[in-house]
Write a protein that binds this ligand. Structure first.
Ligand code: 5GP
Ligand code: ZN
Length: 112
């Protein structure tokens, strides 16, 4: 998708600090971290938001969660929060599906 910032990050047209990469997904540190550890996992294929997911995407979403667990183990995280904001009211600002992974501080519940 031409103007999508996360497509550009996945294609390395915009610089980011990588955490993990394979043929289906890319993980990189958030520019504006909200916890001592804060990285994003994105599918390389453009999917605008979680609202656009269908049954055909089940394996891809499962893969993203497996990548999160693998990276968390490698970073020595034994507790973390995964967040996907879906839609503007929920706080989504970049319309390319992404999983925030936050760790390293106490989290509150319910989230704000
Ligand atoms: P959202 O608000 O859509 O849930 O999350 C978007 C996230 O992307 C935010 O946490 C924001 O800091 C991060 N972000 C936006 N632009 C960039 C960028 O160019 N590079 C990186 N590394 N993160 C970005
Ligand atoms: Zn995109």
């Amino acid at each position: 998708m031409g103007e999508c910032i996360f497509c550009k990050i996945a294609n390395k047209e915009i610089l980011s600090k990588p955490v993990y990469e394979d043929e289906r997904c890319y993980a990189f540190y958030d520019l504006d971290p909200q916890a001592p550890t804060h990285f994003l996992v994105i599918p390389k294929r453009h999917i605008a938001s979680a609202l656009d997911l269908g049954e055909d995407d089940a394996a891809l979403v499962g893969h993203c969660y497996a990548v999160i667990a693998k990276v968390a183990r490698e970073l020595g995280l034994d507790s973390y929060r995964v967040v996907t904001n879906c839609g503007e009211q929920a706080g989504q600002t970049v319309f390319h599906l992404h999983f925030h992974v936050l760790a390293g501080r106490d989290m509150t519940w319910p989230p704000g």
